[in-house]
Design a protein around this ligand. Structure first.
Ligand code: COA
Length: 169
């Protein structure tokens, strides 16, 4: 089986990420979306909420698995015996960081390769922060995130930063 890992903080998952996952699914038999914490960010959603939201989005897609991992990506890949990382590139400005990340990962685990997919042009401006900011000002985000994410953002704003149960329906 041809497998790949799509890692990220996914706080929250957006339609730009989802586009990358579907395209990765046409290249690989199985794609594991690995939810990590980036120590330099303060997530709005807990790791469980982020995983639950992604599971809602892909609940009918058997090619997609979702997991949380708190260590190094290279260690996670080793533990899963998966040696291909998928990353999306939105613009040239993403390249330096991604280049550095892929080299560090390969230094840590020499079997690891990173494949870059160009983000669809219509999502090239999109980020999780943009979505959170728009939502916090009640701007419409219908074309940017799935319905479950939109509702989770709205209820997060209503109940401040407390942990919440995610509902798909
Ligand atoms: N569509 C929309 N948005 C996209 C996108 C796409 N196709 N691709 C990236 N983004 C956005 C994300 O929403 C995110 O936005 P934000 O900054 O507003 O949150 C931003 O681009 C980058 O986020 P992400 O792809 O999640 O990267 P990250 O820098 O938060 O984390 C990890 C990347 C998880 C892969 C990295 O931190 C990691 O490997 N962590 C584990 C520890 C480790 O091994 N570190 C490496 C050695 S130091």
């Amino acid at each position: 089986m041809n497998k790949a890992i799509y890692p990220g903080s996914f706080d929250p998952i957006t339609n730009g990420h989802i586009d990358i996952v579907y395209r990765a699914c046409s290249l690989f038999d199985e794609v594991t979306i690995a939810v990590f914490d980036n120590p330099s960010k303060s997530p709005l959603f807990t790791s469980k909420e982020r995983v639950d939201l992604i599971q809602c989005v892909f609940e009918e897609n058997r090619q997609v698995k979702v997991e949380y991992f708190s260590g190094l990506l290279a260690q996670y890949a080793e533990s899963k015996s998966i040696f291909t990382i998928i990353r999306g590139l939105r613009a040239v400005s993403d390249f330096d960081y991604e280049f550095q990340l892929s080299i560090i990962n390969r230094k840590l685990n020499h079997n690891l390769d990173t494949i870059f997919l160009m983000t669809d042009q219509k999502f090239s401006y999109l980020s999780s922060s943009v979505v959170k900011q728009l939502s916090s000002f009640d701007a419409t985000i219908d074309s940017l995130v799935p319905e479950a994410v939109k509702r989770a953002l709205q209820s997060k704003q209503n109940i401040s930063n407390d942990s919440q149960e995610i509902s798909c329906g």
